[in-house]
Design a protein around this ligand. Structure first.
Ligand code: G3P
Ligand code: MG
Length: 238
């Protein structure tokens, strides 16, 4: 496929320049001119999709506890650095629409909640981006979550997210109806890039934080790079 989305995407909202997976991070990335953002979405215990990477609150907030065992009102009392709170996916989606920022929505299910997370996130994404010029891409390391997302909102594009590229990537991508392979940049070779493109899929790489590596990855054939280094790999980098 040709890649109709931005080619440089801010990781977890604002990369290393803002508290990850917050509304402030998305605003910060947008203020620097970023047109694409990646963030992680997990279900709280009451079924509310929220932006967070880890299942526990400790690393990124002043709270303690496990996300799938707490309600959103409980989770939202805690603060990240710079006084942010954990936003609902709904708030992040609305903000992206308001700012004109495209989203790579990473479905990040807590263990055992793979299908439920895909089933909740996909229809909400459809609703949030209704009428948008560029729909979000729903990506996940969880094939169960992607399968459920496909069932719930088949028209939304999906990305198959992996660290190392497995042998059966082609079959899995066809089975899940994915448009792009999202892999660790260290896994990409020229041969593999040609095979992925030859099979009709786009290539998104994470997480590229050095301009020299970014140049090499585009030369290999990457369509899109996710970065934490918003100050060194800007939105117009090529
Ligand atoms: O979507 C790319 C990247 O976000 C995957 O890894 O652990 O940062 O969510 P992680
Ligand atoms: Mg992520």
């Amino acid at each position: 496929m040709s890649w109709p989305y931005p080619r440089i995407v801010a990781h977890r909202g604002g990369g290393a320049l803002a508290p990850e997976n917050t509304l402030g991070a998305i605003r910060h990335g947008a203020s620097l001119g970023f047109k694409g953002v990646e963030f992680d979405v997990m279900l709280a215990g009451d079924g509310t999709p929220v932006l967070i990477h880890d299942e526990s609150l400790e690393r990124t907030t002043d709270g303690r506890g496990e996300v799938p065992q707490m309600t959103y009102p409980e989770i939202s009392r805690f603060r990240t650095e710079k006084g942010e709170s954990i936003p609902k996916f709904e708030q992040a989606g609305r903000l992206c629409r308001e700012l004109g920022v495209w989203a790579n929505v990473e479905i990040k299910p807590a263990k055992g909640h793979e299908r439920a997370t895909g089933e909740a996130v996909a229809p909400l994404a459809r609703e949030l981006w209704r009428g948008a010029a560029l729909p979000p891409v729903l990506s996940s390391f969880s094939t169960g979550a992607l399968e459920a997302a496909r069932g719930a909102a088949p028209e939304l594009p999906r990305g198959y997210l992996v660290d190392k590229v497995p042998e059966d990537w082609r079959d899995t991508m066809h089975r899940l109806g994915c448009v792009a392979l999202h892999c660790n940049y260290k896994s990409l070779t020229e041969k593999l890039a040609a095979e992925i493109h030859g099979a009709g899929f786009a290539i998104l790489l994470w997480t590229v934080n050095e301009p020299e590596i970014a140049r090499q990855m585009f030369a290999l054939g990457a369509d899109c790079l996710v970065t934490d280094a918003l100050d060194r790999i800007g939105p117009g980098f090529r």
